[in-house]
Design a protein around this ligand. Sequence first.
Ligand code: TXE
Length: 495
Amino acid sequence: MPELFIDGEWQSAAQGQTREIRCPADGTLVDTVDEATREDTDRAIAAARRAFDDGRWSSVSPTERGRFLERVADLLERDAEEIARAESLDTGKRIVESRYDVADVVRAFRYTAGLADKNLGRIIDAGVDGSSSRVVYEPVGVCGLITPWNYPLLQTSWKVAPALAAGNTFVLKPSELTPSTAIILMRLLTEAGLPAGVGNLVLGAGAEAGAPLSDHPDVDMVSFTGGLVTGRRVMAAAAATVKKVALELGGKNPNIIFPDADIDAAVDNALTAVFLHSGQVCSAGARLIVHESIHDSFVDRVVEGARRIRLGGPFDPMAETGPLISAAHRDKVAAYVAGALAEGAVLRCGGGIPTDHALANGFFYEPTVLDGCTTDMTCVQDESFGPVLTVETFADEAEAVRLGNDTIYGLAGAVWTSDSARAHRVASALRHGTVWINDYHPYQPQAEWGGFKQSGVGRELGVAGLAEYVEPKHIHESLAPAPSGWFGSEEASNG
Ligand code: TXE
């Protein structure tokens, strides 16, 4: 079956090109899918434009749109195991992690379903007799949704659900490496009753299939999750037609440990913070910033834990984390570690490709700890997006905050201490979109997610996540029309 979904029909790519999707854990062929070129994306944009302009979705009541999203959530639950397997095959992540991801996708749809008809307009009391003013929230229009490969369906759900809740139409371009769950989602949206043309899917390379979503005049908004370099490109391309832009571009996230923290919990979470999904997490706690008085013992324990992490494929019940997404990405991580060592970082563990024969066909990389790092080092400033932890030390609270903010990013961070006043002081001082106190990683669909500084523009989830997809409109009515008398009066009034 063809895999591009345009104007309510499954279609092949116009140029007939295809791409092989391979599991990064062992290189097995998962699927061969259609590879769109610009002309396919243009066709999808035209379909989304028509569907928006004739109002076939925006005229559906917000309550109905909410019910629709609930139906999608039900279908996602029905097919959860199939979706989790597809996600694991594309990404190489453990099946248990994919199951959590699908559950989170369902939560995102249900939360957004509940918001759909709470997007209330306002009556403005302008204090002017004889007039009525109101503000309504209308859909933005055609949305280009571009998603990455680390949490493919989850990141898609954070865009598709609010886009539809608000009455928009969309063209989705998932990562060329992990398209399978986007294909399933389109099938389920159709089964749930989405009218033709409202949701469209193109698969393929970013520069070819994705680029029109940021430069095409018929796209009103582009929402992108991915790397900083591509994000800047998307934003620059969108500037030509002054599109609305929402960007989530990753982070270089500090995990700050004070000596009075619950050390057992802090060590354990320092490992999860950075090594979950082999570090391919935008909010990964890749910078351990530990008080100098506990540095040695704390880092010893983290190193010990990192050495014990078992690598393996998605269906290996003993595996604790999986491979990197591609050979190219593993090369990038290896080059990052080599660069760090050249800069003077001290390799405490990892730093190479595992020698285990069973892992030879996958893109695995050892959990790596680099000690003796400082903020002037590239390895502390640049995202590795791999299983690599850098360690810095601090002497006092002010220095911890300064280090935690010494980054161009601002997505997430954590502080560990038993001093509640200090915890909240540091949380307030950190310039990051999410701050955890004595925890790492939890998020809720009710709470906004996104970055300060170069981690992005706008928010996903929460009420602000829906607000990205609406245009507020002010409608003013005079109840007693009268000449303004501004021009043409007998005498100009110059005060
Ligand atoms: O991402 P890209 P890549 C970071 C991470 C990683 C780096 C590069 O540091 O090492 O980014 O990863 C599409 N116009 N993150 O190269 O290129 C592309 O097809 C329109 C952080 O894989 O950003 C894919 O669908 N679209 C991150 C999506 O952009 C374009 C998650 C993301 O790919 C395009 C992933 C173009 N010109 C990587 N070029 C996070 N924030 O979680 C590419 N794309």
